[in-house]
Design a protein around this ligand. Structure first.
Ligand code: ASN
Ligand code: ZN
Length: 312
């Protein structure tokens, strides 16, 4: 009887083992089969009416702007998934929606709270805004911020909001081009400068490595103490951009692998903080770097060097 019992037990154990293996394989398949977020593109046909006319998929579209928007937005989704394990803008797989050809010669791009919007540029100061992969990463990241820290768009939080979009826009550009921190240009908007801007010597909208660069269309302050009340977030983003860039360069390697992970954790950990100040954000990244990379103190020292550079 005891022999039969142990045979039975062995059989049960084998079955349990097989089931565990099956569940493991099924789980692996579920991960592989998790759909990437849907990407949709609409054509405003040079009006300012949103969202415009829905366009067919990337392959079916004859419009280079549409093709590019499908491809680059899909790539930003892949960047967020593979580098940060984030499933779309809201981390719950929401459709990534964009409208192109917004307005006539429209010199801007934006996240409007629901979707991305891109102008064609006037062809003089700016070209088609979809030509900047960092621009696409920047606008989409405004959506990520809206669904995480929910930073306000004024004061310190406003500058942080803009800076986070530049940091992730730039990281996306670096990751796409497989560039380490030394190969990266650290410019925002280099690929959307039009002939007039270039003729005047402007090479980008902003330079994260040198916020006060005279060759940037919008030179920014470099120190936290230079930020004044009511300053536009596109200017007050200069110091935190420099802090991020300095931290990345101090550590070396690829920006998105360690310092980028610290910034992502600072953006997505523990609820909304709409009025977060820059000193608070700095403290948060210092703490997260020390926690996440306890065995690699060079990460926390690099983060510290970044904030010290701007006087924090
Ligand atoms: N392109 C600008 C931005 O995303 C639009 C704006 O001024 N909000 O920051
Ligand atoms: Zn922005």
């Amino acid at each position: 009887a005891s022999a039969r019992l142990s045979d039975g037990l062995r059989a049960l154990r084998n079955q349990a083992g097989a089931l565990t293996q099956l569940a493991h394989e099924a789980g692996a398949h579920l991960v592989e089969l998790a759909p990437s977020p849907k990407v949709t593109v609409y054509d405003c046909k040079n009006t300012q009416t949103l969202p415009g006319t829905p366009l067919p998929g990337a392959k079916a579209s004859k419009d280079a702007t549409a093709k590019r928007t499908f491809a680059e937005t899909t790539l930003v989704a892949k960047f967020y998934k593979t580098v940060f394990n984030r499933n779309s803008i809201d981390d719950a797989g929401m459709t990534m929606m964009s409208s192109i050809h917004f307005g006539k010669g429209y010199n801007n791009a934006m996240w409007n709270g629901t979707q991305m919007v891109y102008g064609d540029g006037d062809g003089k100061l700016f070209v088609d805004f979809t030509k900047g992969d960092d621009v696409i990463g920047h606008e989409l990241t405004h959506g990520v911020t809206q669904h995480s820290l929910q930073l306000a768009y004024s004061g310190d939080a406003g500058g942080l909001n803009e800076s986070v979009s530049d940091c992730f826009g730039s990281m996306f550009r670096q990751w796409s081009a497989k560039q380490d921190v030394n190969a990266a240009d650290w410019l925002i908007g280099a690929d959307i400068m039009g002939p007039t801007a270039k003729a005047k010597g402007y090479r980008a909208l902003r330079n994260m490595a040198k916020p006060d660069d005279k060759a940037a269309l919008a030179p920014q302050p470099t120190l936290y103490s230079q930020i004044t009340p009511g300053m536009d977030p596109h200017y007050s983003s200069g110091p935190p951009n420099l802090a991020f860039c300095t931290a990345c360069k101090t550590l070396g390697g690829n920006s998105w692998e360690k310092i980028g992970q610290v910034w992502y954790a600072a953006l997505t950990t523990s609820g909304a903080h709409p009025n977060m100040t820059m000193p608070q954000f700095a403290a948060r990244t210092r703490q997260l770097a020390a926690q996440k990379y306890a065995a690699q103190p060079a990460v926390a020292s690099a983060v510290d060097a970044g904030w010290k550079k701007i006087g924090l």
